[in-house]
Design a protein around this ligand. Sequence first.
Ligand SMILES: Nc1ncnc2c1ncn2[C@@H]1O[C@H](COP(=O)(O)OP(=O)(O)OP(=O)(O)O)[C@@H](O)[C@H]1O
Length: 247
Amino acid sequence: MIKLVNINMSFGGKQVLNKINLEVAAGEILVIIGPSGSGKSTLLRLITGLLKPDGGQIWVNGREISGLSEDSLIPVRQQMGMVFQYAALFDSMTVGENVAFGLREHTKMTEEEIQKIVRRTLRMVGLSGHEPTMPDQLSGGMKKRVSLARAIAGNPSILLYDEPTTGLDPIMSETIDRLIVSTRRILGVTSVVVTHHMTSAFHIADRIAMIHQGQIIETGTSEQFRNSTNPIVQQFIHGKQSHRAAK
Ligand SMILES: Nc1ncnc2c1ncn2[C@@H]1O[C@H](COP(=O)(O)OP(=O)(O)OP(=O)(O)O)[C@@H](O)[C@H]1O
């Protein structure tokens, strides 16, 4: 469960988030949409504790984290998996070593246990047998899937995705969308997905939240978004869809 209460955030005197209130229920997929620069990634970084808000509270699995020290944040972060926009794999390590990295760093698991988890998570993302492959031999979509396997390996209760389908072709985007949904179904994780792709948002979201000029201007199901009477929401949705169709 994630809950943001009255979050304010500024950078160099410029207010980026203004009294944000947002709740993500356990096991829910919440998709965050909004124009470039509206504060979506900032919101994710606040949830991980990488940034501290100027004001407000951030609750993660029943704990208020905005005042926690780096040390106290470690167990909170261990409950989270992150899939970044640019897969952020270690290029000098094999796929297997990338997926195993967090387990080797943060747990006392035996090598046998680690290998079992690596095998299982790579199977989940459709990359069985790719343990010895080096990242530079992978396509963008495969890298994203390794990144998801690495995030899942730590058995998180929360998964945060920052632009998981950016730069991928429509077929690979659909594959990633399906993985986000099946990962939630299999692991029961709470998921927050920042995306620019409205098609993805409508496919995967239990609820969508739209940020505009630092504020959440609408939350609701895909259906409620499609039928929104807010002109800013409609303009955003249709702008995005026609932009994609024109590509
Ligand atoms: N560390 C930082 N220092 C200064 N300004 C920042 C910092 N991080 C973000 N910003 C500013 O905050 C605003 C929101 O940035 P953010 O990356 O959260 O937007 P976004 O909605 O994720 O954008 P995009 O869709 O383009 O990724 C931008 O104006 C950005 O320049």
